[in-house]
Design a protein around this ligand. Structure first.
Ligand SMILES: Cc1cc2nc3c(=O)[nH]c(=O)nc-3n(C[C@H](O)[C@H](O)[C@H](O)COP(=O)(O)OP(=O)(O)OC[C@H]3O[C@@H](n4cnc5c(N)ncnc54)[C@H](O)[C@@H]3O)c2cc1C
Length: 425
């Protein structure tokens, strides 16, 4: 009978979190005589695909400022403690150690100077090779079972693998073609972990046809502008609000502002199925219809003969100004009051008819995942299964656009890797 392969630390998933965990586990286990057998198992033929496509192929590795408020999902206290243990400054220093030179852009995002995500992936792989950590591609894990001496890991092809400690870094469900299809969450649920229901996050939104300017997105396709999107609760209070670049497309909305608010819209719909909460579109400087009306009246007083579309063009690109002016494109000074109020409403809080999202295939990350209450945040060890460590997107945390998701992956990978090495010793 052949013996099953025995590892000290098995890491399932060679995405950002798993690769970081592998490096930090190996570094922590480097004491003389304490060499550990560590392998990272990944179902993909070429692991790291998500790093390569990230940030438009440039990989936005972190941000100039990272706070718990940049994240959604589970407890902010847990998020704060994790980020404190390995903050963005540590990421910068670590990347430097790995030989990745970074540059800060005006948006607060850090990218490799090479503007090429390959630089980051190559540096991670090189460091793992230096440390003697094997990255095993085409190794799909189908089940994990705690045993007396650790874990038995069943793989799709070949004999099971034994590991004394196990790090799960299988990601969420975003970009399934990269190999992250939620199978890890199913395995963790079987082991008793609570899974907060998942939805896509940082995903483009679909708009439906409707009368008036809110349905005219087809005419606006390709238009990028600065805007605010707000999701209001039943009483009209802002539940979530983002400002910044917004892109109209042939299907609806994309660009950072739409991506950032998408998870809030999808969570609301998850809580109230059948509801299609409107997203309120507005100009960043006009926070309420009253303020917009004031602006309109001032603009009309200043130049009453200017047409409405021309007046609105002071705020918005011409195409959008024409759509918002609609049929009433006469001199702005002659605009009847009720029409002026309707236009003011469109400038500050135009209710867009969002009908859905483009799904995990087009999502950058996953909202929901393993409940943070099921992990010890100092070590990322599961409270349900001792010796099992969790990191990355599979946890119930999702960041906004700007390098925050990688920061979460590096930080949780760091904690899980070090703690797993201590446990394996
Ligand atoms: C298009 C795009 C652009 C992005 N750009 C940025 C950006 O610029 N900055 C930023 O901060 N974030 C960005 N993100 C988000 C970021 O990529 C993720 O948050 C991050 O990669 C999550 O890392 P992870 O290691 O937790 O999961 P993943 O990267 O999803 O890795 C999980 C790995 O586990 C493997 N796996 C899954 N199940 C199994 C199994 N059963 N057996 C074996 N292996 C398995 C998968 O093959 C995969 O390699 C982007 C995401 C996308 C999709």
């Amino acid at each position: 009978m052949s013996h099953a392969e025995q590892l000290d630390i098995a890491i399932v998933g060679a995405g950002a979190a798993g690769l970081a965990a592998g490096i930090f586990a190996a570094e922590a286990a480097r004491a003389p005589g304490a060499r550990r057998r560590i392998a990272i198992l990944d179902g993909a033929r070429k692991p790291g695909a998500k790093i390569l496509v990230s940030g438009g192929g440039r990989c936005n590795v972190t941000n100039v400022e990272v706070t718990p408020e940049d994240y959604n999902g589970g407890s902010k206290t847990v998020i704060r403690n994790v980020l404190r243990a390995f903050d963005h400054r540590r990421t910068l220093a670590w990347m430097k150690d790995l030989g990745v030179e970074l540059k800060l852009e005006e948006t607060g995002k850090y990218f490799p100077v090479s503007d090429n995500a390959h630089t980051v992936l190559r540096a991670l792989f090189d460091r793992l090779a230096q440390l003697g950590v094997e990255v095993r591609p085409s190794c799909r894990v189908t089940a994990i079972r705690p045993e007396e001496q650790g874990f038995r890991i069943d793989v799709a092809e070949g004999p099971s693998i034994l590991a004394r400690t196990l790090i799960m870094a299988t990601g969420g469900l975003a970009l399934p073609k990269s190999g992250s299809d939620g199978a890890g969450l199913v395995m963790l649920e079987r082991l008793g972990h609570r899974i907060v229901p998942t939805t896509p996050a940082l995903v483009p939104l679909l708009l439906g046809e409707t009368a008036g300017p809110a349905g005219a997105y087809g005419e606006l396709s390709g238009l990028t502008l600065d805007a605010r999107l707000r999701l209001a609760d039943a009483k009209g209070r802002a539940e979530a609000e983002y400002e910044g670049s917004l892109l109209f497309t042939h299907f609806g909305l994309s660009g950072p502002t739409a991506l950032n608010i998408s998870r809030h819209w999808l969570r609301r719909r998850l809580e109230s199925p059948g509801e299609r909460p409107p997203l309120l579109f507005g100009h960043p400087k006009l926070s309420t219809p009253q303020i917009a009306d004031e602006w309109l009246r001032k603009a009309a007083a200043g130049n009453p003969r200017r047409h409405l579309a021309g007046t609105l063009h002071q705020l918005f690109p011409e195409r959008l100004a024409r759509v918002l002016a609609g049929d009433s494109d006469g001199p702005v000074g002659q605009l009847p009051r009720d029409r002026r109020l309707a236009v003011a409403q469109s400038l500050a809080a135009l209710a867009l008819n969002v009908t859905g999202d483009r799904g995990y295939t087009f999502a950058e990350t996953t909202a929901g995942g393993v409940d943070l209450g099921d992990i010890d945040y100092a070590s990322m060890e599961s409270r349900r299964v001792p010796g099992l460590f969790l990191c990355g997107e599979l946890l119930d945390v999702d960041g906004r656009i700007g390098g925050f998701n990688f920061q979460w992956a590096w930080a949780t990978g760091y904690l899980a890797g070090r703690a797993a090495a201590r446990r394996a010793a």
